[in-house]
Design a protein around this ligand. Structure first.
Ligand SMILES: Cc1cc2nc3c(=O)[nH]c(=O)nc-3n(C[C@H](O)[C@H](O)[C@H](O)COP(=O)(O)OP(=O)(O)OC[C@H]3O[C@@H](n4cnc5c(N)ncnc54)[C@H](O)[C@@H]3O)c2cc1C
Length: 293
């Protein structure tokens, strides 16, 4: 790999713990933080094919292995441009923070994106997870997304082509999103602000704030709430080393201080077992576990 060509954006053996909300994980063999989309496409088109690439947005829904990630870890945080056209179509780059996109839409007096204010991720991660809250999800607002794969091929996927379902999409993981378009409609700034304030208030009441967490650990099984099953299995406050099931929201695992990724994984496994014993239901991870096993 011609590192010198991308010397500003590529570094070796960098810790990943500061690139995820849990603050855990080993090193990225190669860390790539592109300055802009041209930089991203340039590297993907010229790198040797053997290097796998793993994208990270805000790292708010991942658990990075203590042994780190092999190949290239892409951090999208600088790809954060947001714009609007004359028809109210909002374009956001993959690394744009969801809350910034919500605030941008509000300032343009456009409604439909308010729910983004409460999701602490980026546009790229949100599309990949079809994230949602308060009755809305990415699927409801996405028009299409531009993506590039490991071979440097570029394609635009429509909302329908992504086959977005509950916290998942039907697209193969080789595709990295870099720019998405969203629909919106006209409303007053006051009404949008009120909706956003309500969302922020409700979240503060229901979820732990200012803690190291990966958000919901498990998906809700059909017609059930994961937090309730975890609570009923007696796991509220359960601890493994410095990893703990939140007292406030049982589906959140918290890194109290210096937890390892392994401690978090073991705790989640303990919860899965206890929930299965109690209810016969095996909880499925929502958090994406990544890196060397
Ligand atoms: C306190 C807290 C509250 C949360 N509340 C909610 C909630 O209400 N609703 C909800 O749905 N989620 C919630 N989450 C989870 C998380 O915020 C969302 O899933 C979010 O959309 C993830 O975005 P991210 O940028 O952090 O993705 P990351 O965690 O960085 O990555 C998640 C997945 O997306 C992939 N990815 C990231 N960027 C790209 C890209 N550009 N192209 C392709 N794939 C990409 C990653 O490879 C990974 O597989 C919460 C998390 C926390 C910590």
């Amino acid at each position: 790999m011609n590192l010198s060509k991308f010397n500003k954006s590529v570094t070796l053996n960098q810790t990943l713990s500061k690139h995820n909300w849990f603050n855990v994980g080993g090193n990225a063999e190669i860390l790539f933080v592109p300055e802009d989309i041209k930089d991203l496409i340039g590297l993907l088109k010229s790198k040797p094919k053997k290097y796998e690439i793993y994208p990270i947005g805000a790292g708010s829904n991942i658990l990075v292995s203590d042994k780190g990630i092999k190949g290239i870890t892409l951090i999208t945080k600088k790809l954060n441009q947001i714009s609007i056209d004359n028809f109210g179509v909002i374009t956001a780059q993959a690394g744009a923070v969801d809350a910034d996109v919500a605030r941008f839409a509000r300032d343009q007096e456009r409604t439909g994106l308010e729910f983004l204010v409460g999701i602490p991720g980026t546009i790229g991660g949100g599309i990949k997870m079809n994230s949602g809250a308060f009755g809305a999800e990415f699927k409801d607002i996405l028009i299409d997304v531009k993506a590039i794969n490991n071979l440097g091929e570029i394609k635009t996927f429509s909302n329908k082509e992504l086959q977005m379902g509950y916290r998942k999409i039907g697209l193969s993981k080789e595709w990295i999103f870099y720019e998405a378009r969203f629909k919106s409609s006209k409303d007053s700034k006051d009404k949008i602000t009120t909706k956003m304030r309500r969302i922020i208030h409700l979240r503060k009441e229901a979820q732990p704030t200012a803690v190291k967490t990966g958000g919901s650990t498990f998906k809700n099984p059909i017609n059930k709430k994961a937090w309730k099953l975890i609570d009923e299995a007696g796991c509220r406050g359960l601890q493994n080393g410095d990893a703990m099931i939140s007292e406030k929201h049982c589906n959140f695992i918290i890194n109290l201080k210096k937890s390892t990724s392994q401690e978090i994984e073991e705790l989640a496994q303990m919860v899965q077992d206890k929930v299965f014993e109690k209810s016969g239901i095996r909880l499925d991870w929502e958090i994406q576990r990544v890196g060397i096993k």
